[in-house]
Design a protein around this ligand. Sequence first.
Ligand code: ATP
Ligand code: MG
Length: 262
Amino acid sequence: MDTLSEQALLAVQDLSKVYPNGYEALSNVSFSVQAGEFICIIGRSGAGKSTLLRCINGLVPISQGSIRVQGTNVASLSDNQKMLLRRKIGFIFQEFNLVGRLSVFQNVLTGRLGYVNDLQALFGYFGREHREKALSCLQRVNMSHRANYRADNLSGGEKQRVAIARALAQEPLILLADEPVASLDPELSWSVMGDLRKVAKEEGVPTLVNIHDMETARHFADRIIGIAGGQILFDGTPDQLDSATLREIYRNELVETTSRYA
Ligand SMILES: Nc1ncnc2c1ncn2[C@@H]1O[C@H](COP(=O)(O)OP(=O)(O)OP(=O)(O)O)[C@@H](O)[C@H]1O
Ligand SMILES: [Mg+2]
C-alpha cells in the first residue's frame, strides 16, 4: 500500500463483490479518501454505486479485497467493533428514511444512539448535551424552526435536510449518501446538495455521494469517481473529466436513450 492510502481515512483496496447469485457487481475497485474530500460517484444505473457504499458501511459483505478505516482493516474487527464503527458512518438515503410518526427533533436525536447506554436508548432518554447537539445539527441545515413537526408532515427537501442533520448528529468519521437528491426536483436538488457540501466541508467530514446526474456531480464535487460495469473508469477532478470518458462511463445508457428517441 502506498503512503497516501496508509494515511487515508478510508482506503478501499482491490474490492470485489459477488452477490450470492454469482453476479459480480464490483471488481477490483481501489481508491482512498482523505480528510475533508467531497467526492461524487457517477455511473449509469446498475454500475455498482449503491453496492460500493453498502460494502463500505458493512450492509453487504465483501467478497475480496479490503476496506480500511483510519488504517484498520474492517474485516479484522469483532462484530461488536463493526457495529461501533457503523455508528460512526453517516448514511443518507434517497428516500430519507425518517421515522414519520416521530418529531423532527426526535429523528435527529436517533443520530445520538451511539453515544448513550443501552438502557437510555431503550427509554429514549437523551441528556442535555445530546439534545443540544441535535438542535445545533438542525440549525446547521436551517431546520430548527421545524423541530416539533412530525417528520411525515415535511416536504421532500426538508426531510432530506433533517436526514443530513441526523447523520451529522452521529459525529461521523465519514458520510455516505446514496442518491440523496434523486427524489427532489432539479432546483431543490441543487439546494440540498449545496447544504450537504457546506456542512460536510464545515465539519471536515469526508463525503461520498452517489449521484446519477453528471452535471450536479461536476458542480459540487472536489473529485469524481466514474464507475461502469463494477469498475472504476475515472478518478479525478471535474475539470479532468472529458467527454470521451463520460461517454464510456454512461455508454449503454446513452445508447439506450438515443435508440429510444430514434
Ligand atoms: N442482492 C443482489 N443480488 C444480485 N444482484 C444484485 C443485488 N443487488 C444489486 N445487484 C446487481 O448489481 C448491479 C449493481 O447494482 P447497484 O444497485 O450497486 O447499482 P447502482 O449503480 O446503484 O444503480 P442505480 O443507479 O440504478 O441505483 C446491478 O446489476 C444489480 O442488478
Ligand atoms: Mg443505486
